[in-house]
Design a protein around this ligand. Sequence first.
Ligand SMILES: C[S@@+](CC[C@H](N)C(=O)[O-])C[C@H]1O[C@@H](n2cnc3c(N)ncnc32)[C@H](O)[C@@H]1O
Length: 222
Amino acid sequence: MGIREVEIAGKKLIIHELDDVIDPVTGRALTGSWVWDSSLVLSEWMLSHGLVEFDLQGKIVIELGAGTGLPGLTAALLGAERVILTDVALLLPGLQRNVEANGLRDRVEVRELVWGSDEECPSHGGELAEVDLVLMSDVFYDPLEMEALATTLKKVCGKGTRIWSASEIRSWTGECLDRLMSEGFGVIEFPSRLGPSCSLSMIDDSPPLFAVYHLVPNVMNV
Ligand SMILES: C[S@@+](CC[C@H](N)C(=O)[O-])C[C@H]1O[C@@H](n2cnc3c(N)ncnc32)[C@H](O)[C@@H]1O
């Protein structure tokens, strides 16, 4: 797949994409092997809303289903004190390579985190602890996975935790969000006018292809 260079806040992030990580169960390449446009949308959103929502100085950030890790690495560039990139085990070497390619090993770590698993939250060396910000891009694609995702979100969220996600709008995105709402999360949707592919050019007349979501944990549930 090769190497992508993404400009973030005047700096270039280097992202290696993989083409050889095969899911042994399905025989298909793991979807987190490459950069999805939603991750560009979310990084762009973080940059354009930086002072209000993404003042990350001293903050702990976790990315779920990180794939190649672009939003989490963006958070590190924006000043987060600690970033934890998580995904399934087979994708961790690629994530680690992207951390090192950008010289961010001092603040960014890579951990296995399968949604809904009984493992402790990795935000404090395995101890259960809350994070300040949760990032997710293109993880609303299988409604059946949302209950497990909600379980993990409840583990990492406390009263002050913010959750931001971006997704391509597909016919099943709404069902994924409905399931998260039934698990106690409020969902605020911000349609994105950004177009597909890395150019992220503005599209004038067509309906938005992507949206950014602010999920609000119900404090009674977390
Ligand atoms: C469509 S890819 C998006 C990858 C990356 N966030 C991006 O936008 O470029 C979905 C990601 O979610 C991860 N994922 C899916 N189900 C998961 C689960 N049950 N536990 C942990 N990660 C999961 C996949 O491994 C993959 O990295």
